[in-house]
Design a protein around this ligand. Structure first.
Ligand code: AMP
Length: 550
């Protein structure tokens, strides 16, 4: 991937990351909408993208990467040439590609280096999936500053135990977290061993004050940075050094170099300090716009009312205010864009997918905070004489939307409640009932299933978990799964690869896999924890002979 991206840029191209974990329909849209001409892929992931006329496919395995030629490709690159295109959720139903040029990328990298000063003895961990713009700095900052780059394996970014091991093994000094993942990292016992950490760079969503406090208390040597920025303004554009000073709000701070920030009202007037308004951003960091979407670009990238020379401002949709010290406070969104565990979601995109289903008449999607965190709930009404099966509907949506946009529940109403303006009254929507339960409760049987159900119920904070209940339907998500994983390994004294918790999301299916010998005795047990070994032996005894697997 690293060689591929450098190769693309060096030969004058711009890159568009395509994550093989995305559903085929979404990838097909990104390929079509962007009009890419060359697909650089591995043999194993080639089939994720349907072939089409005019698309040349290069498999990495067939390339000669031995660097025999030192020759520079002699491509003349200018700062306004495109560097990359990253797709984000689109409110009208389709994701849109923010098109970022070299000057913007260079300016961000130069600011990071001037501010934090990586040296040859620094090691930066690259762990963000390539489809998110954080991955751009994780990769190019160390490479342009001469520091060491360590690339995590896919999936490592959501597994605190693997991260702690990577940080220790490679003496990582600098890494990035979205606050939700930082919280999951803090919940891990061994993080204090990360003594070489110098910078923890955070961003992507609001950081809770408790996360700031705990991080600074437990990782003494590290400086915690809160960076803010939409994909449309090149990774991050404001910065704040976190402090443990008991404040209840973590600020987003001041603009970085070559960036202007204005807080404006609906008429594009500056609002006074302390008054909330929408944040508008200007400067070199602004993307060119959305690739091949001039209408949408004109809507969000508007003429700068303070610049006679014709500069543009990006309307962020974020509500902020200046505090008395001239620092920005983030207050929330003014539209229906949400962040769930750091993932940017336009609720309108999911609503458009729902409305595209033939039986659906009206649709609205909201987020609901539960004990296990935020989840997405859809409310729909259907055309006369039609019915929808909500499980089937969710499955159809999962074919078009990435897993972090998958609905937890679909509630069908006769009509959606409207307010006086004829718009859907989101506040009047009823609370959904019996969320995520399998239709018939079946009690978990045996030690393994019983332990799993107890762990699920503790982590998800639901009273009763049945054999066929699905972790994700009950409000679970990848970060909670990590917590569940740690608890069940502790209690069963078994090593269960995290990926199997994703693969077997019901108590019944995971218990079956464990009882068939899928899991291994945990290393501490192998080293002589007799109790654990006895438990495992007893468990193996209880298996029916036909289920035994060596
Ligand atoms: P993305 O394009 O995925 O980077 O998402 C950009 C949006 O995430 C912003 O418009 C904000 O709503 C939110 N965001 C990003 N960084 C922060 C931060 N440090 N604090 C609060 N919100 C943030």
């Amino acid at each position: 991937m690293v060689v591929g991206l450098l190769g693309i840029l060096k030969t004058g191209g711009a890159y568009l990351p395509l994550d093989p974990e995305y559903p085929a329909q979404r990838l097909a849209h990104m390929v079509q909408d962007s009009g890419i001409e060359l697909l650089l892929t591995h043999r194993a992931t080639r089939d994720c993208i349907a072939p089409r006329d005019g698309l040349t496919v290069l498999e990495a395995e067939t390339l000669d990467l031995r660097f025999e030629s030192e020759a520079d490709p002699q491509v003349e690159l200018r700062g306004d040439h495109l560097a990359y295109v990253i797709y984000t959720s689109g409110s009208t139903g389709k994701p849109k590609g923010a098109a970022v040029h070299h000057d913007a990328l260079h300016s961000c990298m130069a600011w990071m280096q001037q501010t934090y000063r990586l040296t040859r003895s620094d090691t930066v961990l690259h762990k963000a999936p390539f489809g998110f713009d954080v991955s751009v700095w994780e990769l190019f900052w160390p490479l342009t500053a001469g520091a060491r780059l360590v690339v995590a394996n896919p999936g490592d970014h959501r597994d605190p135990a693997r991260l702690v091991a990577l940080i220790q093994r490679h003496e990582v000094t600098t890494l990035n977290f979205v606050p939700s993942m930082l919280q999951a990292f803090l919940a891990h016992k061994g993080i204090e061993t990360s003594t070489r950490l110098r910078y923890i760079i955070c961003g992507g969503e609001a950081m809770p004050a408790e996360t700031q406090k705990e991080t600074l208390e437990r990782l003494h040597g590290a400086s915690l940075q809160n960076l803010y920025g939409p994909t449309e303004t090149t990774i991050h554009v404001t910065h704040w050094t976190c402090r443990n000073d008991g404040q209840s709000l973590v600020l987003i701070g001041k603009p970085i170099s070559q960036t202007q920030a204005y807080v404006l009202d609906a008429g594009l007037n500056l609002v006074p300090r302390g008054v909330a308004g929408e944040l508008y951003l200007g400067g070199v960091s602004l993307a060119r716009g959305y690739l091949n979407r001039p209408g949408l670009s004109a809507e969000r990238f508007v003429a700068d009312p303070f610049d006679a020379a014709g500069a543009r401002l990006y309307r962020t949709g974020d509500l902020v205010r200046w505090n008395t010290e001239g620092q920005l406070e983030y207050l929330g969104r003014i539209d229906h864009q949400v962040k769930i565990r750091g993932f940017r979601i336009e609720l309108g995109e999911i609503e458009a997918q729902l409305r595209a289903q033939p039986a659906v008449r009206e649709a609205v999607v909201v987020t609901r905070e539960g004990p296990a965190g935020a989840s997405l709930i859809a409310y729909i009404s259907v055309h006369a004489g039609q019915a929808v099966d909500s499980a089937g509907l969710r499955e159809r949506l999962a074919q078009a939307l990435p897993d972090y946009m998958v609905l937890r529940a679909v509630v069908t109403l006769a009509d959606l409640p409207l307010n006086a303006n004829g718009k859907v009254d989101r506040k009047a929507l009823p609370e959904p009932e019996g969320l995520g339960r399998a239709s018939a409760y079946e009690a978990p049987q045996g030690h393994v299933a019983g332990t799993l159900a107890a762990v699920w119920s503790e982590v998800l904070q639901v009273e009763q978990v049945g054999l066929n209940d699905n972790f994700f339907d009950l409000g679970g998500h990848s970060l909670l799964l990590i917590r569940a994983h740690r608890l069940l390994e502790d209690r069963l004294h078994l090593a269960v690869p995290l990926v199997h918790l994703f693969k077997y999301p019901t108590v019944g299916s995971l218990a079956r896999w464990i009882e068939q010998g899928g899991a291994q005795a945990a290393p501490s047990s192998a080293a002589g924890d007799e109790r654990a070994l006895r438990q495992r032996a007893a468990m193996l005894q209880r298996r029916k002979p036909a289920e035994r697997v060596n």
